[in-house]
Design a protein around this ligand. Structure first.
Ligand SMILES: Nc1ncnc2c1ncn2[C@@H]1O[C@H](COP(=O)(O)OP(=O)(O)O)[C@@H](O)[C@H]1O
Ligand SMILES: [Mg+2]
Length: 236
């Protein structure tokens, strides 16, 4: 059974149909990327997966549960963790308080402390700034913090919405390395990206979304070398 299985999903905002009947699945342990241009429907898809947007039709099954019937706040405890576009850190809380918020639904203080140390090892910049208010961090540091917080939620499935957006190239590289590392530690990941090249390079499989539809899918290496993807997304 797939960890996540989406069938014939349609989502509309009033008269605008943002997602037009997509199918996708993610197996336990996979790192899957969903790439596509601005406005393709990627964020809408993620929001629907966590119940922030109600689908018009179709089905979403996560870990054997019908997601269209579960209230949003249940998702965190079910191991589904979304790092939203624009990061969504708590700007008036410190770095460490933000990390602890990630573990809000957990009740294992020793493990939480160990994982905070682990996040600090992944992102030494966060350790140096543990008492700093999150709102005063740079964009890249806020992205690291948002990912750290998601790790603290101990997700079974981590949904990342354009983690590289607006960041300097050197930090983008670091963010993708960390995504890969989190994946290698056993977390299943759905990575939504406009940076098709880097996303495909770190992923196992990929889906290409255009105007609300999945137009291509397959092993990431195949997509990376396909003429259609090269032409449309890699500028080659
Ligand atoms: N809250 C909303 N209300 C109305 N239309 C929306 C809303 N959010 C997104 N859309 C529209 O849905 C389409 C898909 O948007 P989105 O899912 O954000 O795409 P992506 O994340 O791929 O850039 C776009 O045409 C966008 O304008
Ligand atoms: Mg988006």
């Amino acid at each position: 059974m797939s960890l996540l299985e989406v069938k014939k999903l349609e989502v509309a905002y009033g008269g605008i149909q943002a997602v037009k009947g997509i199918d996708l699945h993610i197996e336990q342990g996979e790192l899957v990327t969903l790439i596509g241009a601005n406005g393709a429907g990627k964020t809408t898809t993620l929001k629907t997966l966590v119940g922030l947007v109600k689908p018009k039709s179709g089905s979403i099954s996560y870990d054997g549960n019908d997601c269209t019937k579960i209230p949003v706040h249940h998702f965190v405890s079910k191991g589904l963790s979304l790092v939203p576009e624009g990061r969504g850190v708590f700007s008036r809380l410190t770095v460490e308080e933000n990390l602890r918020m990630g573990a809000f639904y957990r009740n294992d203080p020793n493990a939480i402390n160990a994982e905070i140390e682990h996040v600090y090892e992944l992102f030494p910049r966060l350790k140096e700034r543990y008492k700093q208010l999150a709102g005063t961090l740079s964009g890249g540091e806020q992205q690291m913090l948002a990912m750290g917080r998601a790790i603290l939620a101990k997700p079974k499935l981590l949904l990342l919405d354009e983690p590289s957006m607006g960041l300097a190239p050197i930090i983008v590289q670091k963010i993708f390395e960390i995504v890969k590392m989190i994946s290698q530690q056993g977390v299943t990941i759905l990575l939504v990206e406009q940076n098709a090249k880097l996303a495909l390079e770190v992923s196992d499989r990929g889906y290409v979304m255009e105007s609300g539809k999945i137009t291509m899918s397959g092993p990431a290496q195949e997509l990376l070398h396909s003429d259609a993807v090269k032409k449309a997304y890699l500028g080659e």
